[in-house]
Design a protein around this ligand. Structure first.
Ligand SMILES: O=C(O)CCC(=O)C(=O)O
Ligand SMILES: [Fe+2]
Length: 891
């Protein structure tokens, strides 16, 4: 199996973005498994911006607070509303269902006054704000008239007089009051509730049935939230339920209306998106991307969590990760989500007021309109809240708010009327937990809940009971609160600036040169596929800047000096590898020999070139300089739904094994290609002792161009139909090339699918004495050979043997890891030749260049008759004339 070229993952910020292990089908479902707890300075976590100045929002917390600050809900205080609200403690369960606009009063001193909750002082009738005005006409963001009403925000409560009687005011009241305007569009609310049955809600002791909700909403609509003749504070629970249902109403994807605009950027697939948004969103599988401990972006696709929400300005989503496959396409949570790396990165985004980019996939079920493309940039967002909830497992949730609240989002449908504008309901209710002393917003209408997963009262309503899922209807005041930030400007356009070339030699080979292009004309994300530059497959826009080549003189590495003498070696090998050395033609030829089966040896020859070789006429230096400016048609080939990260071109016989791609006849190749074929044929001859010219010529050359940071993962070159010798000429940057036995051969175990079961079995390959459990494996192999079991039974027995082999490892010794046996340090002009039929079957190799730019020119022999007619090229494969004889560098 050829597993090379999967190192395109190298572009991912593995430390922050979702782990690859999960391979979730829904991007909303992965989290790095290797999250590390990253401490956020406590004072940073507790700071929140108010206006332009930083204030310590939670400065009232007790200094001896026992629970982790990390699991607090983090609130960028919308304004000073928090400082103005009284706390009510409810006596009866019945009253708990009534959402109360109540919270711990904000004291400006630093000591949390928890005892106030337990010790009511001066019980007084709760202050009921009656200061409301008649509705008047105002204009919404599109200038259309909507009705508005003023409502007291401070000390108010959506409770009736009777209920209010039963509330006990436990804290001193503040006399400050603030009037906010509620802008609710009654027509819109009515329409929504009329046309859409609310999400079915099982009956609960706290909430009315769906039918009741609908009825109540319609009945009470004129009074609710649009207090024509009545005070807004009389609005009761069902009004909020109705409002919440209207605000969170979802339309099935196939019925979603068209958006009013277009995304700034869009992509047809994940890899073009990630490559074009490098640094902003480069999560190949996960939904989350962060860098340096700060959250950067989310991708919302698929259904997400049951209570995810995405409207014209607010998003609620669950943290990614902790998911496992559930059936064919689904995912289910498999464990509690812990406040780890991603959580802290979100906290950092809140405390640093660092905007988060949101991308939306066309499978997102919450978004208001039909997404025009597979992936679409939504907008920049403020992270405002991070908290934990409980389903079967703990779930970490985030609230995001559109960064620029004043422009209408492009994805809002043309005739969309918002039910309630952001900020129109004032701020959310906040309350302190009597146990952990942490303050949280009231997220759901069923009542205030402690959202600290480390607290004994976590997920408890004030009476100690826990809500059932049916009660979890969002409090619209929580959803629709407005969180001003000191700066609400997008940090960068999603259409990134085009790459501009550098006059400094070598700069153009840096990794950023491989970034994709967000088309300045149409916004489509395009990977850089061609060596020559960028092309937009959406509108045809091209960007092909001229690069500055790197002269041969600049690639001489001071740490590996070469002279006219035979160069020293920088290779290494394990002790059981046999090594021999020869000197000829200004090359040091080192041969590494090791067993590739019980009876056969394979070899790797490394020819280390000196200065004479490098400077030879038509030698490595000239080849290097010519290729940089005269090699057309190098492309990144497609590989199982992604792209190889290096640029390649094939010459001579088609090489179909890695990824399908174009081939050119040798007659159309730049001269270094044919020169390399000729030189590698010569090198093979002189190092194998086979002096017969033209005996087994290479008929194919695969040219690979690696930019900075590109590499080729462990793989083999042993595809069927290839000759057993593979030779490479290395040009440019130094590279490390490593060889090791494949795991199944070394450890003698592999995973197979048999009878619809995944099982680990012992392999039947003869082990080598250097391998672990050598004696035991020999014994087991003999047993299997003699037993002659039917297939199923044999598999079962091999599985038992694998279990026994695993148990036989000494403690702490890995039964999967394999060490490199040979490590070559390849310099400019060096040659590597691999020989041996079983070398490719049982060993694998990988290459990681260390500098800015490198070419590998690898020759193979594609055996005649191996290709099908359809795979044959439409040109005659003309073999390269073997002119090279090494005479210019003979010594
Ligand atoms: O980059 C190299 O030196 C080797 C490339 C290689 O292994 C391959 O093309 O199969
Ligand atoms: Fe290879």
């Amino acid at each position: 199996m050829d597993t090379r070229h999967d190192s395109f993952y190298d572009f991912e910020d593995k430390s922050d973005s979702a782990g690859l292990a999960d391979m979730p089908s829904s991007p909303l479902s992965s989290i790095p498994e290797d999250f590390e707890l990253q401490q956020v300075p406590q004072d940073l976590q507790n700071t929140a911006m108010s206006g332009n100045s930083v204030v310590r929002e939670e400065s009232r917390l007790p200094s001896n607070s026992s629970s982790s600050v990390m699991s607090n809900i983090h609130i960028a205080s919308p304004d000073n509303a928090l400082l103005e609200s009284p706390l009510f403690v409810r006596r009866s369960e019945r009253k708990r269902k009534v959402p109360s606009r109540s919270s711990e009063p904000a004291d400006t001193d630093d000591v949390f006054q928890a005892e106030r909750i337990e010790t009511p002082q001066t019980p007084v009738r709760p202050f009921k704000q009656r200061k409301t005005s008649q509705p008047r006409n105002t204009r919404n963001s599109r200038g259309e008239k909507i009705a508005t009403a003023s409502m007291s925000h401070v000390n108010d409560s959506f409770v009736s007089d009777e209920e209010a009687e039963e509330n006990v005011l436990t804290t001193k009241q503040t006399d400050t009051s603030r009037v906010v305007k509620i802008k609710v569009n009654p027509q819109r609310l009515g329409q929504i509730l009329d046309s859409t049955p609310p999400t079915p809600l099982p009956t609960s002791p706290f909430l009315p049935s769906p039918q009741q909700i609908l009825q109540m909403s319609l009945d009470s609509e004129p009074n609710v939230l649009l207090p024509a003749s009545q005070s807004a504070v009389d609005a009761s629970e069902h009004d909020l339920v109705a409002l919440s249902l209207a605000v969170t109403r979802k339309v099935p994807i196939d019925q979603k209306p068209s958006p009013r605009g277009q995304p700034e950027i869009w992509a047809e697939n994940r890899h073009t998106l990630c490559e074009s948004l490098t640094g902003l969103y480069a999560s190949w599988q996960g939904s989350y991307y962060g860098k340096n401990g700060v959250a950067k972006a989310f991708m919302l696709d698929g259904n997400g969590h049951a209570r995810d929400h995405l409207d014209e300005n607010v998003i609620i989503l669950r943290a990614s990760g902790s998911m496992a496959k559930d059936g064919e396409n689904g995912m289910k949570q498999r464990e509690d989500q812990e406040p780890k790396h991603q959580y802290h990165a979100m906290v950092n985004a809140i405390t640093q007021q660092s905007p988060i980019a949101v991308i939306c996939g066309d499978k997102n079920s919450q978004v208001l309109s039909k997404m025009p493309h597979k992936y679409n940039s939504l907008d920049w967002y403020k992270a405002t809240h991070v908290w934990t909830e409980r389903d079967k497992f703990n779930v970490i949730k985030y609230r995001l708010e559109k960064l620029d609240p004043d422009t209408i989002a492009w994805w809002v449908p043309t005739h969309f009327e918002p039910v309630v504008e952001l900020g129109a309901l004032g701020s959310s209710l906040k309350q302190y937990c009597t146990s952990c002393k942490k303050q949280y917003d009231q997220v759901y209408l069923c009542g205030w809940l402690c959202l600290n997963s480390k607290c004994e009262k976590f997920w408890c309503l004030p009476d100690g009971s826990t809500p059932d899922a049916a009660q979890l209807i969002y409090d619209p005041r929580f959803l629709k609160q407005k969180t001003p930030w000191a700066n609400e400007q997008a940090p960068i356009s999603f259409r990134f600036p085009l790459y501009t070339t550098s006059a400094i030699a070598g700069e153009d080979y840096k990794a950023e040169n491989l970034r994709g292009m967000t088309c300045p004309e149409c916004g489509k994300c395009n990977a850089r596929i061609k060596w020559e530059g960028w092309e937009c497959s959406g509108c045809g826009f091209e960007h092909k800047p001229k690069i500055t080549p790197l002269p041969a003189a600049s690639i001489q590495d001071q740490n590996y000096p070469v002279t006219d003498a035979y160069p020293s070696s920088h290779d290494s090998a394990l002790p059981h590898v046999k090594i021999s050395v020869n000197f000829s033609h200004n090359y040091r030829w080192i041969t590494y020999r090791f067993k590739v089966s019980a009876t056969e040896e394979g070899e790797v020859v490394h020819g280390i070139a000196n200065k004479v070789v490098r400077e030879e006429v038509k030698g490595p230096n000239e080849m290097w300089e010519h290729l940089q400016t005269n090699c057309q048609g190098l492309v990144r080939r497609e590989l199982s739904n992604a792209l190889m990260n290096s640029f390649t071109m094939n010459y001579g016989m088609p090489y179909k094994f890695i990824a399908a791609g174009d081939s050119l006849p040798f007659t159309d190749a730049p001269w270094p290609v044919t020169e390399a074929v000729s030189r590698l044929n010569w090198a093979d001859r002189i190092t194998s002792g086979d002096t017969v010219r033209d005996k087994k010529k290479f008929n194919e050359l695969y040219l690979v161009a690696y930019l900075q940071d590109q590499s080729m993962n462990y793989h083999d070159d042993g595809e069927k139909g290839l000759g057993s010798t593979v030779a490479t000429l290395s040009l440019g940057a130094r590279a490390e090339m490593v060889f090791r036995p494949k795991s199944f051969f070394f450890h003698g175990m592999k995973s197979i699918d048999y009878d619809r079961k995944r099982m680990t079995v012992m392999t039947k390959d003869e082990p080598l004495p250097e391998f672990p459990n050598y004696e035991l494996r020999k014994q087991y192999l003999a047993e299997i050979k003699n037993a002659n079991l039917p297939e199923g039974e044999e598999k079962e027995r091999l599985a038992e043997m694998a279990t026994a082999l695993r148990a036989a490892y000494p403690p702490k010794q890995s039964c999967t890891r394999v060490e490199d046996w040979v490590k070559l340090s390849l310099g400019h002009g060096d040659i590597v030749i691999m020989r041996g039929a079983h070398l490719q079957k049982y060993y694998e190799h990988g290459v990681s260049p260390k500098g800015l730019m490198r070419y590998a020119l690898t020759c193979r022999t594609v055996l005649p008759g191996h290709l099908k007619d359809s795979e044959l090229p439409d040109y005659e494969v003309d073999l390269v004339q073997d002119e090279y004889d090494g005479s210019r560098i003979a010594k």
